[in-house]
Design a binder for this molecule. Structure first.
Ligand code: MRU
Length: 342
């Protein structure tokens, strides 16, 4: 099944907190359940939470008892504010909410008409995500050579999107095309998206891989064992600075130092042309328990002070190219992003 889908008045999602030990589907029947699923990372990954937010609005539309257009829009506005506050960094969330809200406000329908419209628009966002990721996968796979060993950080596979994936989608596509690829999978502390989700997905697709501790990436890069780095992104600023899972910056700097190309893969909905540079990207700070505990077991002394930024920003000078559904963008990123986003 897809990472997320809406059937009737139920939004179904794969529970990403429990993988790979248990494959379980969570059913959300109201938008507050979607709010919690995004916050506690039952669903995660930038495009996936964009689709989740849109489906959250669809549930809010179905929940609304409003009979007038104005009352309906008021109900939808209230839900939109709550969904917007779930996670701050991945701009796909805000992008999807803006798209549904703007389209709904612009269309001249009564409350019932708007209700159907919101559900249909959310379904369109999910469908388009799959098509966009498929295009991106082809664009990215063209950059991968037969025999490449590729370093990957976090999880950017089908689970991080509605389906197909971003960076991992490119790697899976290259494998599907018959290229011999090997993936070095960063475990990605603190939540272990690499060890739990990426390793599981690659094994399902039969893509050869090696799981490594995050701290081992530099060793392999310096030893010349890695030909390319592929990562996703949660938000790209107008100058090409890339926010992605914490640890990405360190990988990019070491890759640059060792002359290894570093590619970031994202749909154009991840590109935030309103932010001139990456220092303006809001960085989510998550619960200390993600660092002090693994699977509920304490690994640090009680009461220790913890810093837990969920993302970091990689300055554009470390990035070889950005891969989007519209093509591969190379430096100068400011100029070239402007033309691709037109
Ligand atoms: O905190 P997460 O698991 O939602 O973070 C996910 C990432 O950082 C991914 O690399 C990113 O969303 C881009 S690929 C879908």
């Amino acid at each position: 099944m897809r990472t997320i889908e809406m059937i009737g008045n139920v939004v179904k999602l794969i529970d990403q907190r429990k993988l790979p030990r248990v494959f379980e589907i969570v059913e959300c029947r109201d938008y507050r359940a979607v709010e919690h699923a995004i916050k506690d990372m039952t669903i995660r990954g930038a495009p996936a939470i964009g689709a989740a937010a849109a489906f959250g609005l669809a549930l809010a539309a179905l929940e609304s008892k409003a009979t007038t257009r104005d009352d309906f829009l008021r109900d939808l506005d209230a839900a939109e504010k709550i969904l917007r506050a779930t996670r701050p960094t991945a701009v796909n969330l805000m992008w999807a909410l803006d798209r549904v809200m703007n389209a709904t406000r612009a269309i001249n329908l009564d409350a019932n008409g708007l209700r159907d419209f919101v559900v249909a628009e959310a379904q369109r966002i999910a469908e388009e995500d799959v098509a966009i990721n498929s295009a991106m996968a082809k664009n990215g796979a063209a950059l991968i050579n037969d025999g490449d060993t590729i370093l990957h950080h976090c999880n950017t596979g089908p689970l991080a999107t509605v389906d197909v994936g971003t960076a991992l989608g490119c790697i899976i596509e290259a494998h599907r095309q018959g290229k011999q690829v090997h993936v070095m999978v960063d475990e990605t502390r603190p939540r272990l998206q690499g060890a739990r989700l990426t390793a599981w997905e690659l094994m399902q697709y039969g893509v050869p891989m090696t799981l490594i501790a995050d701290n081992a990436a530099g060793h392999y890069l310096r030893a010349g064992k890695i030909q390319k780095c592929f990562v996703g992104s949660d938000r790209v600023a107008a100058n090409g600075d890339v926010a992605n899972k914490i640890g990405t910056y360190k990988v990019a700097v070491v890759a640059h130092e060792n002359g290894v190309p570093f590619y970031a893969v994202m749909p154009t909905s991840t590109i935030d042309m309103n932010l001139p540079h990456g220092d303006l990207i809001p960085i989510e700070e998550r619960d200390a328990r993600e660092v002090t505990h693994i699977e509920g077991v304490a690994i640090a002394p009680e009461g220790v002070r913890v810093g837990n930024p969920a993302f970091d920003v990689t300055p554009n000078k470390y990035i070889t190219a950005l891969v989007t559904e519209r093509g591969v963008v190379r430096p100068p990123f400011g100029e070239n992003l402007l033309s691709i986003m037109k």
